[in-house]
Design a binder for this molecule. Structure first.
Ligand code: FES
Length: 171
């Protein structure tokens, strides 16, 4: 995903501000990345570079940490965040098929954001509504007993309500 100059500048400024409050001991790396993620919603390359410089480690090492932990995002979250529960109950009731349906209708993979930034897709652990499995949480709304048809319907309704929106394309 291509970031604007303004987004890159914001990433650098916010990362520097966060880093100024931390020492360069290795134990601070994860807390710093968590703060960057909470300030920006994701951990962009420019932020990783700043972090690498602060800890005096190669950027690829920071990238390795960010990609190792599920909690970190590499792309900006979409305007509509679709969280797919992959807890045991949802998994047993076909969460994998629901995930494939979302990936198909949005033309992105889990962890990605559509090019128009309208939707992002992520997997989450149990959201506490197991009786409704399989569950998807769109923004803050829980949608239970998901089926591929329901996924199609939800996206169709969204497009009807947002006629200016073009077809989602992969990043
Ligand atoms: S496992 Fe999905 S809501 Fe509990």
């Amino acid at each position: 995903m291509i970031l604007t100059e303004e987004e890159k500048r914001e990433a650098v400024e916010k990362s520097r501000k966060i880093l100024s409050r931390h020492d360069s001991s290795k134990g601070s790396l994860i807390p710093v990345l968590q703060e960057v993620q909470s300030a920006l919603g994701y951990v962009p390359p420019d932020a990783m570079q700043e972090v690498a410089g602060h800890f005096n480690i190669p950027s690829v090492d920071v990238y390795g940490v960010v990609t190792f932990y599920n909690q970190f995002r590499l792309t900006p979250p979409g305007k509509n965040q679709v969280k797919l529960c992959m807890g045991t109950a949802c998994h047993m009731r076909g969460a994998g098929i629901i995930m494939e349906s979302w990936e198909r209708v949005l033309s992105i993979k889990v962890g990605e954001t559509t090019l128009d930034r309208e939707f992002s897709l992520e997997r989450v652990a149990c959201v506490g509504c197991c009786t409704l499995a399989p569950v998807a949480v769109v923004n803050e709304t829980v949608h239970g007993k998901m089926t591929p048809t329901k996924v199609d319907g939800m996206l169709f309704s969204h497009r009807l309500a947002n006629p200016q929106q073009k077809e989602d394309k992969p990043e």
